[in-house]
Design a protein around this ligand. Structure first.
Ligand SMILES: NC(=O)C1=CN([C@@H]2O[C@H](COP(=O)(O)OP(=O)(O)OC[C@H]3O[C@@H](n4cnc5c(N)ncnc54)[C@H](O)[C@@H]3O)[C@@H](O)[C@H]2O)C=CC1
Ligand SMILES: CC(=O)C(=O)O
Length: 302
């Protein structure tokens, strides 16, 4: 295996879940763990090192300078939502944390890929694109990949197919203004909206349920981490193996003037293409609304 270092900044529940899922994939040579709390780093490194018998990925603590020299830098540092709190309420705290995290890791390896996970992920992605100095295509966020997996699992239950066979996207903000691109969704090449079981669904309710699933989990157990752990590890694997897969990722979309999720193809050089998905007029309106919400909040902090 070519040496491939993945740094994870923020060693809380999300950072550790990503590290764990990525170790089980056995595609990275080294995972570097960084956090402002040394005890958390030490504890996570010790705990994760127990995965050694089923993974050849080594785990070690890293300084900010070492993080800056990794091939992939995953940012999970920052505050998480409390019960009932929208992701956007985190912006003040997490903007400051992101500034200090990126400032501390400079100079950054010019070819590094930076993957944003901390919330609100769309706004932090745009800020990281500016602060890191890396080419825009090398800095992106996990965006609505997690929301799309939630949707695909829901549809899979309704149609009794595997979620992997459901082609459907949640797009826009990884937040309250996200929306489902029903018109472009399909199973087995058949448009989703032609399935009688889908026609019977209350689509607005499904959209609302997917958008608030994070809060439902937070209410019950305080945080979400396994879903994003699996999604972010999949993104890291796709970068390392240069898979050129398409995922809904938070990327800068020039026509909308902000970062939000659109289907994007990516590999080890970063984002290769952003696709303009065919949207129904009402969906295009929701995309515009999502962009407006993100831009308004971004302007209030930068
Ligand atoms: N994009 C997505 O789909 C998801 C995003 N998240 C977000 O991920 C973030 C982390 O969530 P959790 O891990 O549950 O929180 P957590 O509280 O368990 O961990 C956060 C960690 O960040 C560390 N940290 C704070 N400032 C730091 C700095 N300057 N440098 C390095 N580390 C620093 C803290 O010490 C802590 O260990 C939150 O913003 C949360 O909203 C969570 C789930 C899904
Ligand atoms: C916390 C969060 O962003 C999520 O689980 O979707």
């Amino acid at each position: 295996m070519a040496p491939y270092k993945v740094a994870i900044v923020g060693a809380g529940a999300v950072g550790a879940s990503i590290a764990y899922a990525l170790m089980l994939k056995d595609v990275a040579s080294e995972i570097l763990i960084n956090d402002v709390v040394p005890e958390i780093v030490k504890g996570q490194v010790l705990d994760l090192s127990d995965v050694a018998c089923v993974s050849s990925t080594k785990v070690k603590a890293a300084t900010s300078q070492e993080v800056g020299q990794a091939d992939i830098i995953v940012i999970t540092a920052g505050a998480k939502q409390k019960d009932g709190e929208p992701r956007t309420d985190l912006i003040g705290r997490n903007y400051k944390i992101l500034e200090s995290v990126i400032g501390g890791m400079k100079p950054i390896k010019p070819e590094a890929i930076m993957l944003l996970v901390s919330n609100p992920v769309d706004i932090l992605t745009e800020i990281a694109q500016k602060l890191s100095g890396l080419p825009q295509k090398q800095v992106f966020g996990s965006g609505t990949y997690l929301d799309s997996t939630r949707l695909r699992a829901k549809i899979a239950d309704v149609l009794h197919v595997n979620a992997g066979s459901v082609h459907a996207y949640v797009l826009g903000e990884h937040g309250d203004s996200q929306f489902i691109a029903w018109g472009a969704a399909s199973v087995a090449g058949k448009p989703m909206l032609e399935f009688p079981e889908i026609q019977k669904l209350d689509k607005e309710q499904v959209q609302a349920d997917i958008a608030r699933k994070a809060l439902d989990i937070i209410k019950l157990k305080g945080a979400t981490y396994y879903g994003i752990g699996a999604c972010a590890a999949d993104l890291c694997e796709s970068i390392i193996l240069d898979k050129q897969v398409v995922r809904p990722l938070s990327v800068f979309v020039p026509r909308l003037g902000c970062c939000l999720s659109m289907p994007a193809k990516f590999g080890y050089r970063g984002i290769e293409e952003i696709y303009e998905i065919p949207l129904h007029p009402a969906e295009e309106e929701q995309l515009q609304t999502s962009a407006q919400a993100i831009k308004k909040l971004t302007q209030s902090v930068v």
